[in-house]
Design a protein around this ligand. Structure first.
Ligand code: FAD
Ligand code: SF4
Length: 277
């Protein structure tokens, strides 16, 4: 495998982007992601905070202690993963992390792996999406995205500007990707609207690395807040609510014995060659 340390954006085309590698490296190791060309984007993705502008290369550890960052977002960063992972993990990579669906991670030949079944719908789906779960019941695991959605964040990429909710999509039979970035398109910066510094966070108990709690975020004209609670079962649907980051991911798999419907088969990632969802 070739490793390219990009110093200009035109070197990014045609490879798998890696920033902190906390997500990419385990997926490569497990064979879920495959590439001949790994492109280290740390030299081309902006880093740091300037008022309401956050470089996509800024780590979660830097954000959680930065006084310019709204409290809801700082708290979401603080709750994510472990200190070691937050030291390496970038906010851009966090938004693009893959589903934590255990069937997908164990490479069951499910719909997101190009198959024709959603094993979670038939099997263990306790921590999956509670609506918009017909085709695939997984939910995006990013806590940070939930806070950013509540704050009304915009993204600047190498190709366009978009609202954060436009980054995500529901998979379909014809297009099983979960994000809307084109191959080679990089997130460069996130923009928070003026006034978002008045956000607040009601504290609640959580074990950060086990992800045993769900996250949800809401925003009022004067404040944004991030709240956590136990996950609801899929099946209770809200036709008016899109599935969004933070609606699932209570992670009790480590404490419970999972029942899997059949032996896993190997499969390749059907979507973007340059990365997972
Ligand atoms: C054990 C564990 C527990 C975790 N717990 C939580 C948690 O509780 N809450 C939570 O929110 N997150 C959690 N995470 C996720 C973690 O925060 C992310 O793995 C991390 O932020 C990803 O950042 P990275 O820079 O390492 O991304 P990488 O691994 O480098 O990349 C991740 C993905 O983003 C793409 N990418 C990276 N940067 C860019 C860019 N600028 N533009 C376009 N594509 C890009 C890569 O191609 C890849 O697809 C956990 C992760 C682990 C391993
Ligand atoms: S929820 Fe999605 S990722 Fe999980 S088994 Fe079903 S199709 Fe696969």
């Amino acid at each position: 495998m070739e490793l390219v340390r990009a110093t200009s954006l035109d070197q990014v085309d045609g490879g798998l982007a890696i920033h902190g590698g906390t997500e990419v490296v385990p997926l490569l190791r497990d064979g879920i992601l495959q590439t001949d060309r790994l492109v280290d984007v740390r030299g081309v993705v902006p880093h740091g905070v300037n008022g309401g502008t956050i470089g996509a290369g800024t780590t979660l550890a830097e954000l959680e202690v930065n006084a310019q960052i709204p409290e809801a977002l700082r708290e979401a960063c603080r709750l994510a993963a472990s200190p070691q992972l937050r030291n390496m993990g970038s906010i851009g990579g966090n938004l693009l992390q893959s589903t934590r669906c255990w069937y997908w991670r164990l490479q069951y030949p499910c719909r997101l792996h190009g198959g024709d079944r959603c094993h979670a719908q038939e099997g263990e789906h306790r921590e999956h999406a509670i609506f918009a779960n017909d085709f695939c019941a997984s939910a995006h695991p990013s806590d940070v995205a939930a806070a950013l959605l509540a704050l009304g964040a915009q993204l600047h990429t190498t190709q366009r500007e978009l609202a954060l909710d436009e980054l995500y999509r529901l998979p379909t039979e014809d297009d099983r990707d979960l994000i809307t970035l084109a191959p080679g398109e990089l997130i460069l910066e996130l923009e928070l609207p003026p006034g978002s510094s008045s956000s607040s966070y009601p504290r609640s108990r959580r074990a950060s690395t086990s992800r045993r709690w769900t996250g949800s975020a809401g925003r009022s004209p004067r404040s944004a807040s991030l709240q956590r609670g136990r996950a609801a079962r899929p099946g209770s649907r809200s036709p008016e609510s899109p599935r969004s980051p933070g609606c699932s991911t209570a992670r009790r798999a480590s404490r419970r014995r999972l029942r899997f419907p059949e032996q896993p088969g190997r499969s390749t990632w059907p979507g973007r060659s340059s990365g997972g969802p």
